[in-house]
Design a protein around this ligand. Sequence first.
Ligand SMILES: Nc1ncnc2c1ncn2[C@@H]1O[C@H](COP(=O)(O)OP(=O)(O)O)[C@@H](O)[C@H]1O
Ligand SMILES: [Mg+2]
Length: 247
Amino acid sequence: MSDSVLKVTDLTKTFDQFTAVDQISFEIKKGEILGLLGVNGAGKTTAINMLLGLITPTSGRIDVFGKDLAHHRIELLNRSNFCSTYTSLPGNLYVWQNLRVFGTLYGVKNLKQRIDEVLTLLDMQHHKNSVSGHLSAGEATRLNLCKALLNQPELLLLDEPTASLDPDIADKVRGIIRQYRDDHQATILYTSHNMKDVEEVCDRVVFLHQGKIIYAGTPDQMVEHFEKENLEDVFIQIARSGDVLPA
Ligand SMILES: Nc1ncnc2c1ncn2[C@@H]1O[C@H](COP(=O)(O)OP(=O)(O)O)[C@@H](O)[C@H]1O
Ligand SMILES: [Mg+2]
């Protein structure tokens, strides 16, 4: 059996006449962290939303744990979870209530204990009884990460998880994500436009530009390929030149 956890084949999403994701194909192996990079509007969130089954692909195929997502959505999503900086949990619930609701939906065993574990991991214990809607942006992101880890997912989709975090917390979160991967052999898809994140966290990257993959490889290979000093410089070149040739 192959150790591919997520396999995307010729995935495309078109909104009216506009193609947001254009025939992308990539794979992530068990225990691997893949960075999905690209400027604003490149198609990262649209791709993740298809992987979550939130929007239906126009064409193409998504396989998770060797099964077609279109036909096994509930089973596959039970073994996955996600976190997005741009979606927030119900603001009128206390932090512990939100985690209890989501933990119950995922059928988490020993839920009380697991809630305490994830709150401690994300340094959020002191906010257990806070109203979720009153949290700062960084705290809300950490609550979202607590939710994402509740069911000990084998596949974790993270859409800009460090976007609203200060450098200190962002650093801690990067450490937590790597540790989680190491402890659980988890497979992680990580979108970001913070190149420091990517250099530190990702084993491999896929660079999206106007919905197409223009590069796939390790961060080091990418820097070498574009003949730059670091990933930040690669990113800036791609963002500023409309005529990047596919790798
Ligand atoms: N529901 C939608 N209807 C029309 N256009 C959309 C919709 N969702 C996203 N888009 C467009 O698709 C492109 C990719 O968006 P998105 O996937 O959010 O990019 P990213 O996450 O890389 O910043 C953008 O141009 C965006 O405006
Ligand atoms: Mg996005």
